[in-house]
Ligand binder design. Structure first.
Ligand code: CTP
Ligand code: CA
Length: 231
């Protein structure tokens, strides 16, 4: 977009954005977590507020000041995030899943802190898979005409580029838009700069050049607003 005054193109729309990263407890003091800061999710929320939306943020372990003008619902685990997302999505026109949801959680929660019993022993932690919140939202469309947007952090592998892996996820999750970020040790997490490609279920791909997380957020809302205009 070319700058200038922000459009009021999300006015009257209820928007849900997940942000941050889930933590899956192992015992009262330990968890499995990830490096998501919540910066991108909060930038999405702030941008949506500026464009006139009524915004609910489902915030998983975010240590940032609440985005002004948005309602914030705090969650810890993937299962809590799923419940909060589904409750908020029930009457939302747009859902954006930006949180890094743990794919796995410990199969067993130890009620008391796991202790070293002797010098050599170490626990084996069995993991179970979490439900795929975005895939469920893409399938269920909890409100009529709802637009569903996902994010995917991809690294690419021996035989596929990160973009090819992203394209597959659009179909696999049944989403309208998927924002694909290439991740690496130095990329994306906790940084203020980002970039990505927004892939539509219609096959349209737009590249978002390196810039602020707010700029990526506005590029996402541009695509969402365009989709909703075209029906
Ligand atoms: N996501 C979700 N529930 C999960 C895992 C992921 O809702 N249990 C959502 C994230 O919020 C994100 C999208 O799925 O919008 C993609 O997350 P990502 O980790 O990139 O992909 P996965 O689907 O988990 O696939 P994988 O990690 O195996 O590549
Ligand atoms: Ca994952």
């Amino acid at each position: 977009r070319r700058g200038g005054p922000l459009p009021d193109d999300l006015a009257g729309l209820r928007v849900v954005v997940s942000a941050g990263g889930t933590r899956e407890p192992l015992d009262p003091v330990r968890y499995l977590g990830n490096r998501s800061s919540g910066l991108q999710g909060y930038a999405l929320a702030a941008a949506a507020v500026a464009r006139g939306a009524e915004v609910t943020v489902i915030a998983a372990n975010v240590a940032l000041p609440d985005p002004a003008g948005a309602k914030v619902v705090r969650v810890g685990t993937a299962l809590e995030l799923r419940e909060a997302m589904r409750a908020a999505a029930a009457d939302a026109q747009i859902v954006v899943a930006n949180a890094a949801v743990a794919d796995f959680r410990p199969g067993h929660y130890a009620e008391s802190k796991i202790k070293k019993t002797d010098e050599h022993w170490a626990p084996v932690i069995e993991l179970v898979q979490n439900p795929h919140v975005l895939r469920e939202l893409g399938r269920d469309r909890l409100a009529p005409g709802q637009t569903v947007v996902g994010f995917a952090a991809e690294t690419g592998d021996e035989s596929h580029s990160y973009l090819e892996l992203g394209r597959r996820k659009v179909a696999a999750y049944g989403v309208d838009l998927l924002v694909v970020n290439e991740v690496g040790a130095q990329k994306v997490f906790g940084r203020s700069q980002t970039e990505g490609v927004i892939i539509g279920a219609d096959g349209v791909e737009s590249t978002v050049p390196p810039g602020s997380k707010r700029a990526l957020a506005d590029a996402v809302w541009d695509r969402v607003a365009a989709l909703r205009r075209c029906g």
